[in-house]
Design a protein around this ligand. Structure first.
Ligand SMILES: Cc1cc2nc3c(=O)[nH]c(=O)nc-3n(C[C@H](O)[C@H](O)[C@H](O)COP(=O)(O)OP(=O)(O)OC[C@H]3O[C@@H](n4cnc5c(N)ncnc54)[C@H](O)[C@@H]3O)c2cc1C
Length: 321
């Protein structure tokens, strides 16, 4: 009893960081954590999943899981949930996770709660926290059904290794009648020289105060010097200055770096929700009353187009090119 099932995602031969966050947190919610890993590289990720607390793995290694959209995975995961009746099923709140959870929900007529930022145990039930109205209001939902499906936002939990051994493995064959209708034609990984935005220890983010797309070059330079990644507000993504993949906030990515440097960002609630968990927040804004200063540990009232180049020069003088 007390089984928590986590739908794992594999990226480049490793479990995705979000998968490790879910497996780690699942340890606080049940007596046993199982993972379902449907990917040709499933075996490669089992040691890491075990080290984070999974004691049982259900594995499918067929290439169909990569070549097709979520239908074959949904069939296999649905059959597994139907068989195990886990207390809770956690899905990564990614495009693939949403696709899979929605299909499993429809197949099994189970409720799915999306955008969770916290999940705790409450007797036989679970309390699932989500944020609404631009993250100004938290909603806590108490689950009543058996095996509720919950999609969790990245960085809601911390990935912590428990030092567990490789999980026991059961291979799930792909059913002969698995639906293989929609085929994935191409997957494109956005080119990135530095660390990914969600994993970076330093994030240098720009907003409308950077004035124009070309000025993001100085943010890229600063991020490179600090070994970090560039982020952005939605205003500049909407303006087409940078791709959507860089957007931080309610409808973008959630980041929790050691240092978040907000340059020309006002600090709208929808932006703050994506970065307020950063350990140290530095804000550069020419408006002393900008809301971002209420959250920042260090505030610089000034023109980001002058302050950031000055910072780059200072770092260069200290040997960082
Ligand atoms: C449903 C919904 C979802 C949303 N999701 C997101 C989201 O995920 N992420 C997000 O970011 N936003 C989101 N938004 C938009 C959000 O409400 C704000 O409009 C947006 O964050 C503002 O971006 P900004 O701070 O870059 O621009 P602005 O609000 O225009 O602020 C620009 C700031 O730059 C300062 N400035 C100007 N010139 C300079 C200069 N030279 N040097 C220094 N400072 C300067 C100004 O003082 C100002 O504070 C969402 C909105 C809605 C309604």
């Amino acid at each position: 009893m007390g089984l928590i099932l986590v739908a794992a995602e594999v990226a480049g031969g490793s479990p995705s960081p979000l998968t490790l966050e879910l497996v780690s947190h699942a340890r606080t919610l049940g007596d046993e954590v199982a993972v379902v890993v449907l990917d040709p590289e499933a075996d490669a990720v089992l040691p890491a999943l075990g080290a984070h607390g999974a004691s049982q793995a259900y594995v499918g290694r067929e290439t169909a899981y990569r070549e097709h959209l979520g239908q074959p995975a949904a069939q296999v995961v649905s059959a597994l949930v139907d068989r195990l009746h886990p207390d809770l099923v956690l899905f990564p709140g990614t495009q693939e996770g949403r696709d899979l959870a929605a299909r499993v929900s429809a197949r099994l007529r189970l409720p799915v709660l999306a955008n969770a930022i916290d999940v705790t145990k409450d007797g036989d039930a679970f309390l699932v926290r989500t944020a609404i109205f631009g993250a100004t209001v938290d909603v806590i939902t108490r689950t009543r059904s058996r095996s509720p499906l919950v999609l969790v936002r990245p960085k809601s939990f911390t990935a912590t290794a428990s030092g567990g051994p490789q999980p026991a493995t059961e291979v799930l064959p792909l059913p002969a009648e698995a639906p293989l209708g929609a085929r994935r034609l191409e997957s494109v990984v956005a080119p990135s020289a530095g660390p990914g935005l969600e994993e970076a220890k330093v994030v240098v983010s720009g907003g409308r105060g950077m004035q124009e797309a070309a000025n993001f070059e100085v943010l890229e330079h600063l991020a490179r010097q600090l070994g970090g990644a560039v982020g952005a507000s939605r205003a500049v993504v909407d303006a087409g200055w940078v791709p959507y993949a860089l957007q931080v906030g309610q409808t973008g990515k959630t980041v929790k770096p050691d240092v978040y440097i907000a340059c020309g960002i006002s600090g709208a609630m929808q932006h703050l929700v994506g970065m307020k968990g950063s350990s140290h927040i530095v804000a550069i804004n020419k408006d002393p009353d900008a809301p971002i200063f209420k959250l920042s540990d260090l505030g610089v009232v000034g023109d980001a187009l002058k302050v950031v180049p000055a910072l780059i020069e200072e770092l260069r003088a200290r040997g960082l090119s």
